[in-house]
Design a protein around this ligand. Structure first.
Ligand SMILES: [Fe+2]
Length: 474
């Protein structure tokens, strides 16, 4: 399927949307390149596997575009073997993208401006719309399945060569609706995922066994239809931080925004026992969370490391806005209250990651991108980062790798083969230099992120600022 539609041409359109310009602009060519040049350092010979990262990469000039909610998926992969690296990138051939390829133009609108699609264009197998399932938010492998993930919709299964297989059914009869952020249970190996519903106050919590088959789904009742991008898992709970980002179908029918910030509803924190017991809820003042670093049980407390947003940032606001910052919340599960919620560091951040081996277990180190004064690109759009930080949540100590006037993305932890410590491995990210219009893959020593890179690998084309990635060992 992917072979027949391999693109070699650059995209033939531009946009004045800041999130479609500079290194946010999508790329067209699908490239295979072996023996990538290592321009600094050396690739650790023990490194065997693939770093993959997904991101929004609209092939056709969008009718409406709201970063990071619209686009087509494109996965950029670098595979390491025996001290050498090779690159491959491919579009995720979703049903919606295939409809647009047949039409030769964008036919779907976007989250902020949905457009009804002519059924004649959609055909029997196309994405009916009005929103396109783009499968551009994340990528991961579970139970032998490589998945390109979207939000509250079907994931697409890919081959390890990045050919699109189709919508993922998790061993069931029909594609399952799942989010981009999924968490693996440290004891069972099951993957837990969530999917919200736009028109009902319900969130579906799925457990997908280590074999890749759906084991069970639990419908969790919410106060209102809510947008929930991520959650955390502990050994005994799924923890939901449900901010007041509310879908309002009635408002949408009157031409108002479908997604609304309703501060008066506050934050509701749900503790969903993994044994199937009834969820318990804690009420709090309103804030919003896109991404969590980790969560874990500590006695009768639950610790949650996350990035706190003052709100979702929709519509006009009064007064200054706090930048998103890393926080550690301690939830007292006996008293059913927030025992503490402390800012871990003052720098603005997003896209927190940890050593995934520590997921749902006590962890100490959080890897985060941030923006410093050495980024001199004028008017950088949101999600423009130029430094990576390792934050010790126990002490607040940080180590920082500043890339100057270069853009970087989410830091992915790669464990050292045969290693074991939380910091025993490397950090990978794509970095873009606007002065030369080139992208590199950086490998940093996770325990000494501030030091010179272990390896800098030059990529055969610019890699746009994307969203989430993963490490897949061979
Ligand atoms: Fe995300």
């Amino acid at each position: 399927m992917a072979r027949a539609s391999l693109r070699s041409a650059p995209l033939d359109w531009t946009s004045d949307d800041p999130h479609l310009m500079g290194n946010f602009a999508p790329v067209g060519p699908e490239i295979d390149a072996d023996d990538l040049p290592v321009i600094a350092g050396r690739i650790p010979p023990a490194l065997r596997g693939s770093y993959m990262r997904n991101g929004p990469n609209p092939e056709f000039k969008p009718i409406s575009y709201a970063y990071p909610m619209d686009g087509d998926g494109m996965i950029h992969a670098v595979r390491f073997d025996n001290g050498r690296a090779r690159y491959r990138n491919r579009f995720v051939l979703t049903r919606g993208l295939m409809v647009e390829r047949r039409a030769g133009r964008a036919v779907y609108g976007g989250l902020m401006r949905p457009v009804s699609v002519d059924p004649a264009l959609v055909g029997p197998d196309g994405d009916p719309g009005p929103l396109k399932t783009g499968a551009f938010i994340s990528v991961l492998r579970h139970g032998g399945h490589l998945l390109a993930l979207h939000e509250a919709s079907a994931a697409y299964e890919m081959t390890m060569d990045l050919e699109t297989i189709g919508e993922w059914k998790a061993g069931t009869a029909a594609p399952i609706s799942i989010g981009a952020h999924n968490r693996r249970h440290p004891l069972s190996g099951s993957m837990f995922g969530i999917s919200y519903r736009v028109s009902e106050p319900v969130l579906d919590l799925h457990e997908i066994g280590a074999d890749g088959a759906l084991r069970r789904s639990q419908a969790v009742a919410l106060g209102a239809p809510s947008m929930i991008h991520d959650f955390v898992l502990t050994e005994r709970h799924a923890v939901l931080l449900v901010g007041p980002a509310i879908f309002d179908m009635a408002a949408a029918e009157q031409g108002k925004p479908l997604l609304q910030w309703r501060a008066e509803l506050g934050m509701r924190i749900g503790l969903v026992p993994l044994d199937g017991g009834a969820p318990r809820w804690i009420e709090a003042d309103p804030f919003f969370v896109f991404h969590f670093a980790n969560g874990f049980e500590r006695g009768s407390d639950i610790v949650v490391d996350y990035v706190r947003h003052q709100d979702l940032g929709l519509g006009p606001r009064t007064g200054p806005r706090e930048p998103p910052r890393a926080h550690r919340m301690v939830i007292d599960t006996m008293g059913l209250r927030i025992a503490a919620d402390d800012r871990l560091a003052d720098f603005p951040t997003e896209f927190p990651r940890i050593n995934d081996a520590c997921e749902a277990r006590p962890s100490r180190f959080i890897h985060l991108p941030t923006r410093t004064a050495s980024l001199t690109i004028p008017g950088p759009p949101s999600a423009s980062f130029n430094a990576l930080v390792t934050l010790d949540a126990a002490t607040g100590a940080t180590r920082r790798h500043d890339l100057g006037n270069r853009l970087a993305g989410e830091p992915i932890f790669i464990p050292r083969p045969g290693g074991g410590g939380e910091q025993d491995g490397w950090i990978a990210t794509y970095a873009y230099d606007p002065a030369t219009d080139t992208s590199d893959l950086l490998l940093l020593d996770a325990a000494r992120i501030n030091e010179a890179p272990v390896a800098v690998i030059r990529l055969p084309q610019r890699v746009p600022q994307g969203l989430h990635g993963t490490w897949i060992p061979d």
